[in-house]
Design a protein around this ligand. Structure first.
Ligand SMILES: Nc1ncnc2c1ncn2[C@@H]1O[C@H](COP(=O)(O)OP(=O)(O)O)[C@@H](O)[C@H]1O
Ligand SMILES: [Mg+2]
Length: 156
């Protein structure tokens, strides 16, 4: 599905709507966030994390790579792979230890094959002062979720 996000508030609203259609138990969900620098990946991740009940700051994981959030609906990991260049490095940073947490992954294209383990691909791009977003399902449940998400955007 494709949406126009004319301003930051629209990106934040998308984060909230995404969380609203995700199951109560976020275990094992993986959402990939693609887009160039400033496209709104962190804005979207922050909105989703806040909507899931986190009230404090949401620092960028650019240097820490992984920022964990223990939330009522399960543990959520905000991940930034900008500094990661291959799958070996991913294992080194403890990817396998993230267990059944929910993963929000910025710069997923740094690691080949991540799409096979993921549920949703969110692609953000600059458009007319705002942004456009294209969301695709990478798993069966991801595709099913898109149907519910589309219902929250009837005008698009
Ligand atoms: N739909 C939008 N239209 C215009 N500006 C936006 C939109 N969504 C987010 N922004 C702004 O763009 C910037 C995106 O930054 P950020 O979310 O850190 O991007 P990224 O993580 O992709 O590098 C922020 O300044 C944010 O306020
Ligand atoms: Mg970012």
């Amino acid at each position: 599905m494709k949406l126009t996000l004319p301003d930051e508030a629209a990106t934040v609203a998308l984060g909230r709507h995404l969380l609203a259609v995700l199951p109560a138990d976020l275990a094992n969900w993986t959402i990939l966030l693609q887009g160039e620098l400033g496209a709104g990946k962190s804005t979207l991740a922050r909105a989703l994390i806040n909507a899931a009940g986190h009230t404090g700051p949401v620092p960028s994981p650019t240097y820490t790579l992984v920022e964990p959030y223990e939330l009522p609906r399960g543990i959520l990991y905000h991940i930034d792979l900008y500094r990661v260049s291959d799958e070996d490095e991913l294992q080194y940073l403890g990817w396998d230890d993230l267990g059944d947490g929910c993963r929000l992954v910025e710069w997923p294209e740094r690691v080949a094959g991540l799409g096979e383990q993921a549920d949703l691909m969110v692609r953000l791009r600059y458009a007319k002062g705002g942004r456009e977003v294209e969301i695709s399902g990478l798993s069966e449940r991801g595709s099913a979720l898109l149907v519910a998400l589309a219902a929250t955007y009837p005008e698009d």
